[in-house]
Design a protein around this ligand. Structure first.
Ligand code: PLP
Length: 447
């Protein structure tokens, strides 16, 4: 039978979907009815059937400049022929330094020391590890505790799921990190439904950090990590004043504040970062996705220079931080990152997102009253449509909407019974209209 199996594989490898264990996917459902993308340009995907699919999710919140943009394609093509790989430890190549300087220049405050990773998850683990090591380097080695938040998503590493607060991402994976506590999440539909932008209610929930500090004592706490806008958990905007309060409490107790900007970095809110958009500066910012427009995997962490400086105390010939990845600052990713930042700048895409945001907001909230809709949320070029769950079948209605939208040539994303929208920043007003007209039809068609 193994001969038969290999014969089968050699006959039709392209049609055999068995071997790929797909991430965050209902594998059996997908494989019985696959949705395969084979091409992409600007605002559209093309699928294996030849249909054009309007991308209302920027891939997975990453393709902020749109698909297959010429400058980025060219930069990667040129790079692979010139320098394919350079060791990342005790060696370097110019583009990684150039990209770090460009990201540093984009960051507010002293967030100008950039560490390269390959993903959001690695950025989060890097941030958490460095936060703990920083306190130790300063002689406060008791500060090892990490504070996350319920409903938080910080990727899938053990550090990220420990501080994260999405139950299904945690419950199967054992005891996780010790010494982690969680703030309450900030969502209360009764008090916040149909808020435009950030809700008025909820800033007081940041005061829970004081309670956690009292419980554990500040001398045991290294850092607090939150997403300024929580994406994967259903798009939750920070209540007005909430992030400011977190900053003040962290300052009071010498706790580092980490913003996970994996989805908000690089223009999503109509500013380079949420840090800048909200005017609240953390000590550490994690990023990925839009850094390279999703073209080559890459993430980065921006550290306040005081953190970097704390490590630069010992003998100069000794490695200061025992952390890093084979592919930190990979030449192809660095080239893609530079061309991506050029594209954002030359086309004014962050400003464009800010200009489109009011039009987008109107379009989101115009869905009020459509079947099943129980809340609408927006900020920058982010939208969320929360649907009432079918009793006993959570997620089923939104997934049905996802399939129906795809059949109508629109890519959306769902989490729970929430539709999350995050289009490339090059979207036109006519395409925004198309997204919401299609969704209106979908909402009227789902059971
Ligand atoms: N952090 C946040 C806030 C995210 O939204 C994500 C991914 O969606 C991650 C971390 C993980 O990023 P990656 O999937 O690149 O590891």
């Amino acid at each position: 039978s193994s001969a038969l199996k290999s014969a089968e594989q050699s006959i039709a490898p392209a049609n055999n979907l068995d071997a790929f264990w797909m991430p965050f996917t209902a594998n059996r459902q997908f494989k019985s009815r696959p949705r395969l993308l084979v091409g992409a340009k600007d605002m559209h995907y093309r699928n294996a059937e030849g249909d054009e699919i309007l991308d209302a999710t920027a891939g997975l919140w990453c393709v902020n400049a749109g698909h297959s943009r010429p400058k980025i394609v060219e930069a990667v093509q040129k790079q692979i022929a010139e320098l394919d790989y350079a060791p990342a430890f005790q060696m370097g190549h110019p583009k990684a330094f150039e990209l770090a300087a460009r990201v540093a220049a984009m960051m507010p405050g002293n967030l100008d020391r950039i560490f390269f990773t390959n993903s959001g998850s690695e950025s989060v683990d890097t941030a958490l590890k460095v936060a703990i090591a920083y306190h130790r380097a300063r002689g406060e080695g008791t500060r090892t505790r990490l504070i996350g938040r319920e409903r938080g998503y910080h990727g899938v590493g053990f550090g990220g799921i420990s501080v994260g607060g999405i139950v299904k991402n945690r419950m199967f994976f054992g005891s996780l990190l010790n010494g982690v506590d969680h703030l309450p999440h900030t969502h209360d539909r009764e008090k916040q439904a149909y808020s435009r932008g950030c809700p008025e209610w909820g800033a007081h929930l940041a005061d829970e950090l004081e309670r956690i500090v009292t419980l554990h004592d500040a001398s045991t706490i290294a850092a607090v990590i939150v997403e300024p806008v929580a994406g994967s958990t259903g798009v939750l905007m920070p209540p007005k004043g909430y992030l400011e309060k977190l900053r003040a409490i962290c300052d009071k107790h010498g706790i580092l504040l980490i913003f996970d900007e994996v989805i908000t970095g690089f223009g999503r809110l109509g500013a380079p970062t949420a840090t800048e958009y909200f005017g609240v500066t953390p000590d550490i910012v994690t990023m990925a996705k839009g850094l390279t427009n999703g073209v080559i995997p890459m993430g980065c962490v921006a550290f306040d220079s005081k953190i970097y400086d704390a490590f630069m105390d010992g003998p100069e010939n000794v490695i200061e931080l025992f952390h890093g990845y084979t592919y930190s600052g990979h030449p192809m990713a660095a080239a893609a990152g530079l061309a991506t930042l050029d594209t954002y700048k030359e086309e004014g895409l962050f400003e464009r997102a800010a200009e489109l945001a009011p039009y987008w907001e109107e379009a989101v909230h115009a869905l009020k009253g459509e079947p099943h809709v129980i809340d609408l949320r927006n900020l920058g070029l982010i939208g969320a449509i929360e649907l009432e769950s079918i009793p006993g079948k959570p997620t089923a209605r939104a997934f049905d909407a996802f399939l129906k939208a795809y059949e109508k040539g629109l890519l959306i994303r769902t989490t729970g019974d929430i539709i999350a929208l995050s289009p490339p920043l090059i979207i036109s007003k006519a395409q925004i209209d198309q997204v919401f007209e299609t969704l209106r039809g979908v909402l009227r068609a789902v059971d």
